[in-house]
Design a protein around this ligand. Structure first.
Ligand code: C2E
Ligand code: CA
Ligand code: CA
Ligand code: CA
Length: 270
């Protein structure tokens, strides 16, 4: 029995060690990822339901490492948040997205772009100025940029969050509350939050609980986007619930900027 226990301890140690080493390696590599040009953005269309016409796009960060291959944002974003790199990454994303957006607008496309903002960025002093600088540098009208904040940000200090969002909104950008319904809070807080757009989490779409949230969102004067529409059945349910905007694999995967642009162009031609 004793040796059994020992083996188990060793197994556990090995698994822990592998995880820790991956983490340490990713952290180290991520520090140089911007300079080595390993990051890029993909754009997932937000469409008018049940149509396929894109009205906007969410910018999603991608990391392609020469040796480690593709590393997903679900793995490296939390890491970047923990080790203090998220602000640098976020600044890069913001500039990249504004640059791309300015080109699409210059070509006459009627489109907006959203970027994800981590709580740590939102609460950093100077973030509002950073947003203003990015808009100015790329000549992007503020209302064409959407900043997506998550419900996690709500659970911390609501008053502080409200102040932050107000300041941001004064620049003219629109705010989307991301992943709505994924947590527990918020139905009550929603009324108080200065947001423009409500993004209904994928998990609510799957559980067919969309209608009440859509109605509530519209009652509060918000635009409502149903996320994670991956199947025809979900599409039908979301449309039935009165939701006018949607995003998901069914209407378009996240794609490189050129591919999204091709969709914009085919949507505008007769
Ligand atoms: P999110 O903001 O909720 O983004 C939506 C995620 O759902 C994306 O995953 C997208 O690829 C995925 N998705 C799209 N359509 C469907 C669908 O029909 N079904 C399902 N099951 N999933 C769908 P992705 O790109 O892996 O990003 C994961 C998360 O990483 C994002 O979740 C966001 O929280 C974070 N993230 C990505 N890019 C950035 C960034 O630039 N900054 C920050 N702070 N976070 C980011
Ligand atoms: Ca998002
Ligand atoms: Ca989301
Ligand atoms: Ca073009």
């Amino acid at each position: 029995a004793k040796s059994h226990g020992k083996n188990r301890v060793e197994l556990y140690d090995v698994a822990y060690d592998v995880k820790l080493r991956r983490r340490t390696e990713l952290e180290h590599e991520l520090r140089g990822a911007i300079d080595r040009d390993e990051l890029h953005l993909q754009y997932q269309p937000v469409v008018v339901l049940p149509d396929v016409r894109p009205v906007g796009a969410e910018a999603l960060l991608r990391w392609q490492h020469p040796r480690l291959g593709k590393v997903g944002p679900d793995e490296f974003i939390p890491l970047a948040e923990e080790c203090g790199m998220i602000n640098r990454l976020g600044a890069w994303v913001l500039h990249q997205a504004c640059h791309q957006l300015s080109r699409w607008l210059a070509e006459g496309h009627d489109v907006w772009v959203s970027v994800n903002v981590s709580p740590r960025e939102l609460h950093a002093s100077g973030y509002v100025d950073q947003v203003k600088d990015a808009l100015r540098a790329h000549h992007v009208p503020a209302q064409r940029l959407v900043l997506e904040v998550t419900e996690h940000a709500v659970s911390t200090d609501v008053e502080e969050l409200i102040r932050r969002l107000r300041d941001l909104r004064e620049t003219g950008v629109r705010i989307a509350l991301d992943d709505f319904g994924a947590g527990y809070s918020s139905l009550g807080q929603l009324r108080r939050l200065p947001v423009d757009i409500l993004k209904i989490d994928h998990s609510l779409v799957v559980r067919q609980m969309v209608r009440v949230v859509v109605e509530l969102g519209h009652q509060f004067g918000l635009e409502v986007i149903a996320e994670g529409i991956g199947e025809q059945e979900q599409m039908a349910m979301v449309v039935e619930a009165g939701c006018k905007l949607g995003q998901g694999y069914l209407s378009g995967w996240p794609v490189p900027a050129e591919h999204f642009e091709a969709r914009l162009e085919s949507a505008t031609s007769p």
